[in-house]
Design a protein around this ligand. Structure first.
Ligand SMILES: CC(C)(COP(=O)(O)OP(=O)(O)OC[C@H]1O[C@@H](n2cnc3c(N)ncnc32)[C@H](O)[C@@H]1OP(=O)(O)O)[C@@H](O)C(=O)NCCC(=O)NCCS
Length: 184
């Protein structure tokens, strides 16, 4: 599948499928204990590479996966955000993770909003979910800012095997919210 033309632009960010030069940022992200606290803990570079390649492979095989998020002013890779549905996953997720120095700027809500718009427009999803560790306050705050709410508890499949809160909203709820914010 040719994913090279997929590119979303927001006020401050570019979202596009991963390219080989993103791996340095990805590996640094995966080695940061703050960032990885709720993502299974820090990973050695070789394990991070497998995750990176899985993301690129999902774009090829499934036609979607998380986007690399690029900060327009610097051109740097600041994280990966977007649709994600590996085998056995509890639903149609838009997930997120940003490097530590990109937190607190509203980049999470900016990029996740664009990724949710794209997912509903292109993937035929009826619902978007976010699987969140019960003690991940930052992630729940972002879910809330997006208009998502707590739905249920569920369990992530191997290799995670973790109990998680499932947050989310329906396509209709997202569209109603988008219509309200456009009317403002
Ligand atoms: C979850 C995560 C992406 C949230 O990042 P974030 O920067 O808090 O996300 P948001 O876009 O919601 O940013 C909101 C913050 O930016 C601030 N902000 C600054 N400028 C802003 C702007 N122009 N617009 C909106 N918010 C802005 C807000 O005040 C808020 O700060 P606060 O948290 O101190 O109140 C980040 O914490 C992360 O990557 N965590 C590690 C990975 C992880 O756990 N992933 C989730 C697994 S479920």
């Amino acid at each position: 599948m040719d994913t090279s033309t997929i590119r979303l632009e927001t006020e401050r960010l570019i979202l596009r499928p991963p390219t080989p030069e993103d791996f340095e940022g990805w590996a640094a992200f995966a080695s940061d204990a703050d960032v990885m606290r709720h993502l299974g803990g820090v990973l050695p570079r070789s394990t991070a590479w497998r995750g990176f390649i899985a993301m690129a492979g999902a774009w090829q095989i499934q036609g979607f996966a998380m986007f690399s998020v690029i900060e327009k002013t610097t051109g740097r890779w600041i994280g990966r955000i977007g649709p994600w549905m590996p085998e056995g996953w509890p639903g149609t997720e838009v997930g997120w993770g940003l490097i530590r120095s990109a937190w607190g700027k509203g980049y999470g809500v900016e990029s996740a909003s664009a990724a949710i718009d794209w997912s509903f427009a292109n993937l035929g999803w009826d619902e978007v979910i976010h699987t969140i560790s019960p003690d991940n306050a930052e992630s729940k705050a972002l879910a809330r800012r997006l208009g998502s709410r707590y739905l249920r508890m569920d369990r992530l499949p191997a290799p995670f095997e973790l109990d998680v809160e499932v947050w989310g909203q329906s396509r209709a709820q997202w569209q109603a919210r988008s219509a309200r914010s456009e009317a403002k």
